[in-house]
Design a protein. Structure first.
Lengths: 371, 113
């Protein structure tokens, strides 16, 4: 009992360190008071209340986010380190896991020094946490695809092209992390509402695009009406994807309408558009790559893909007429998954450009009616 | 003093306990013992009351031998007025009754309606 009491007291003391400065005294008060409580269960219960108090009062950002990040990074590392012996993809996956963890942690520290901690607004913190989780999830599911796609006899791992792709991928992830951190920092040059607006709209667009083509290809439907409905949905989806950065840019630039300089409105539009494009690319890449990663393990998903995508189905043992059976899985999985790298690179640029254009159009003087 | 609605039963119990001897400095364990509240409930209540300026807190002046200094609490003038008002409103409504909140029995003479 006494050792448990001592452990509890130690826990209160440690947790008190994570409290805001103006709250630490209360934790010390509770701990000092424990000396007056009769030893045994009563004192243990008193200190347990102290643990609860300090755990609840500790700023979640101070404890929760680093713990969440550490757990996610550990899970990523565990996944990257697992795999059959001789699989060349493991080397790439390990490099990915370590580099991304270092990039995310290092950029957090760097941006904190330059732009301050996360903005004191819940949406900004959610965008930051969600963005980080999405980046880690993308590395995780990409590793799962690589493990199968690069395994013998399909292995292309180790080639110069593969490593070049990895470098580009890691640079893209660093860029995404930098945008996420800089956009949600307390002293960010971008307005927090623009970043949040773009992130939310982009996530919605990303989910929509994924629903229309979970593996990156249009679906095929045999019935007339299902096919027509799907075609209509595709058109709507394409329009929505193209217009989302514009709409986000317009909303953001109007929100900044009171800004004295047109450049401010253009910058607001560009920020919202960039975040829309980046968020959409990240969401669709994570979801689609995860679906591709599931293909080898889920017969039902493979059957569905065969029925709805036909000859493009990237399933093992299925038809791969363009590149031959040996490379069928590589062409199917790895190349399709790698294709999202292009999306990850181009979507934010396109979104930023469209958003800036929307902001620019919002700054143009309107013709007076009747002239 | 503006009306402060929304005191919980636990907060009312603490207010009632501190009202029993408004000039006297109380320590946490004593309040917990007399109200029946656990530490994990009592201290958040005290923190909220202190944040609102209803409770004054200080450490013991001198370092006692063999034990750490204790944190002491009592109602501020605002706290006394707010507690009086809240307890007066709560008593007819039955908000302070039963169980551990029954500590309101010790509300000081002249404070209760």
């Amino acid at each position: 009992m006494s050792w448990l009491t001592r452990v509890m007291a130690l826990l209160v003391r440690c947790l008190a360190a994570a409290l805001p400065a103006d709250r630490r005294g209360w934790a010390h008060a509770l701990r000092a008071e424990a000396e007056q409580v009769p030893a045994g269960w009563a004192r243990l219960a008193w200190l347990a209340g102290g643990v609860r108090l300090t755990a609840l009062a500790a700023r979640p950002r101070r404890l929760g986010y680093p713990v969440m990040f550490a757990v996610a990074a550990a899970g990523l590392a565990w996944s990257a380190w697992s795999g059959p012996p001789g699989d060349p993809a493991i080397v790439i996956n390990r490099v990915d896991a370590v580099t991304v963890a270092v990039i995310l942690a290092g950029l957090t520290w760097t941006v904190r020094r330059a732009r301050g901690p996360a903005a004191d607004a819940r949406p900004a913190r959610l965008v930051r946490a969600g963005g980080y989780l999405a980046v880690l999830a993308l590395v995780l599911v990409k590793a799962a695809v690589e493990r199968v796609a690069d395994a013998p006899p399909n292995n292309l791992g180790g080639s110069a092209l593969a490593w070049t792709g990895e470098i580009v991928f890691l640079a893209a992830m660093a860029g995404y992390a930098a945008v996420i951190l800089a956009g949600t920092a307390r002293r960010s040059a971008a307005a927090c509402p623009d970043v949040v607006l773009g992130a939310v709209m982009g996530a919605a667009v990303g989910i929509g695009i994924y629903a229309l083509g979970p593996l990156g290809f249009p679906l095929r439907f045999t019935g007339l009406w299902p096919a027509r409905l799907y075609d209509a949905a595709m058109v709507l989806g394409a329009v929505a994807a193209g217009f989302a950065p514009v709409v986000a840019g317009l909303i953001a630039s109007r929100r900044a309408g009171r800004a004295p300089r047109p450049a401010d409105r253009i910058r607001s539009g560009a920020t919202a558009g960039l975040c829309t494009g980046a968020s959409a690319a990240l969401v669709v890449s994570v979801l689609s790559t995860a679906t591709i990663a599931l293909l080898p393990h889920d017969a039902g998903l493979r059957d569905w893909a065969v029925g709805h995508i036909g000859q493009w189905t990237p399933a093992v043992g299925q038809v791969a007429p363009l590149v031959g059976t040996r490379l069928g899985y590589v062409a199917g999985n790895s190349a399709f998954a790698a294709g999202y790298l292009i999306v990850l690179l181009l979507s934010p640029l396109g979104g930023g450009g469209l958003g800036a254009w929307a902001g620019w159009t919002a700054t143009r003087p309107r013709l007076a009616v009747g002239r | 003093v503006a009306r402060r609605p929304g005191f919980s039963a636990q907060t009312l119990a603490v207010l009632a306990e501190l009202c029993a001897a408004p000039a006297q400095w109380r320590h946490g364990y004593g309040i917990a013992r007399d109200t029946g509240l656990k530490s994990g409930t009592l201290y958040p209540v005290l923190i909220r009351l202190a944040d609102r300026g209803l409770v004054e807190a200080r450490w013991e002046d001198e370092q006692p031998a063999g034990r750490p200094r204790r944190h002491l609490y009592r109602l501020s003038p605002d706290g006394l007025a707010a507690a009086t008002q809240a307890l007066a409103q709560a008593r007819p409504a039955g908000a302070v009754r039963g169980g551990r909140v029954g500590a309101s029995r010790r509300v000081a003479p002249g404070v209760t309606p």
